[in-house]
Design a protein around this ligand. Structure first.
Ligand code: AQP
Length: 334
């Protein structure tokens, strides 16, 4: 909106070591927008504290997530890469949008229900209002397109509702964003419970493949993946484990499910799991190598953070001034 290019925004929480779900559902698609859009990719550390975090680990993972963005192909000269808490307008607009988001809407969010069940001793107000902060992240940059996995669809729809509501009351203020959910990889499931999505904060390490896991660990986890008592490598109902593995395999190879089924026809489950594990580990090797190189240069990461925060701040401030004027906040003249 603020220059000729349309805007893409997305974020990842540094709430754990990132998984192939985060990679296939979101990050690896990010760079496809870099040429045609002004892309903002944010490490959403403020969202991460809705669940209790160890401060030293949160700080380390914030650097790591930024480095992973770049290791997955995001060039900081072509994309605005930044940390959410470095741009104070996120919190400011988040509060304003809280006042335009209904209690009933937030109560219906499945992520809130899931995370409340998992963190029963810490159902804090931030966990509840997470979607209005996410709406602020997106709306601050006049975003047209938000590449996310399937699990974020409901939050995105709420962001659209909030934008429309605000625009109806005050006149055109925000661009109403669309989601971009990839055809392949939008829901990678847990290796131990293939009905559930794979989550970086899953306490069961065997359920999760992390982008930075070693080849040995990746293969070991795939070998332990839950399948079924049959012996056919085909996708479909009742075969959620095999379907998930086929899905992961096709995401990494670009083959169709039918091609993969044909390729593995007649093979035993053990050999199939090994083949998927090797494909996954080998595909991620260049990302791991680049990540290690970037992490060795903390000063460079800090320079990227600072450049990204300055770029983001310029446009966030513009939207925030407009919002302040529309809702009737006074301006400081001196
Ligand atoms: N299993 C998944 N399959 C496909 N996409 C996924 N995403 C997450 N899990 C999968 C997408 O990754 C992006 C970043 O997610 P996030 O960090 O904002 O938080 P999340 O959606 O809550 O992801 P996790 O891994 O489950 O984190 P925790 O365990 O901390 O809650 C989003 O685009 C998301 O859709």
């Amino acid at each position: 909106m603020y220059n000729d290019k349309k805007v893409v925004f997305s974020g990842v929480q540094p709430s754990g070591n990132l998984t192939i779900g985060n990679y296939l559902g979101a990050i690896r698609n990010f760079s496809t927008f870099s040429e045609d859009y002004h892309c903002y990719y944010c490490v959403v550390d403020m969202h991460a504290i809705t669940v209790r975090q160890n401060p030293a680990e949160l700080r380390r993972r914030t650097y790591e997530t930024l480095a992973l963005y770049m290791a997955c192909g995001l060039d900081p000269e072509k994309n605005t890469l930044f940390i959410q808490s470095h741009v104070p307008q996120h919190a400011e607009l988040g509060w304003v949008l809280d006042c335009y988001t209904m209690f009933g809407e937030l109560s219906r969010m499945t992520q809130f229900k899931d995370k409340s069940a998992k963190n029963a001793d810490n159902i804090n107000a931030g966990l509840f209002t997470y979607p209005s902060l996410m709406a602020a992240d997106i709306l601050l940059y006049q975003t047209e397109l938000v590449p996310v996995g399937q699990d974020q669809k409901q939050h995105l729809e709420l962001a659209r509702d909030i934008a429309n509501r605000f625009n109806q009351i005050y006149g055109e203020t925000f661009v109403v964003p669309d989601g971009y959910i990839p055809k392949e990889g939008a829901k990678i499931c847990s290796l131990q419970d293939p009905i559930k999505k794979m989550s970086k904060s899953d306490p069961n390490e065997n359920a999760v493949i992390r982008i930075l896991d070693s080849k040995d660990d990746i293969i070991r986890k795939f070998k332990r993946a839950v399948t079924d008592s049959g012996n056919e490598i085909i996708h479909g109902e009742g075969k959620e484990g095999i379907t998930n593995l086929l899905n992961i395999y096709t995401c990494f190879t670009g083959k169709t499910i039918e091609e993969a089924e044909k390729e593995f026809s007649g093979m035993g489950y053990g050999d199939f799991k090994l083949a998927v594990g090797e494909t996954c580990a080998d595909s991620l090797q260049p990302v791991r190598d680049e990540f290690a190189r970037l992490m060795a240069d903390k000063a460079y990461l800090e320079q990227v953070m600072s450049q990204g925060a300055q770029e983001a701040y310029k446009n966030a401030r513009r939207t925030m001034s407009k919002v302040r004027r529309k809702i009737g906040f006074t301006e400081l003249k001196h």
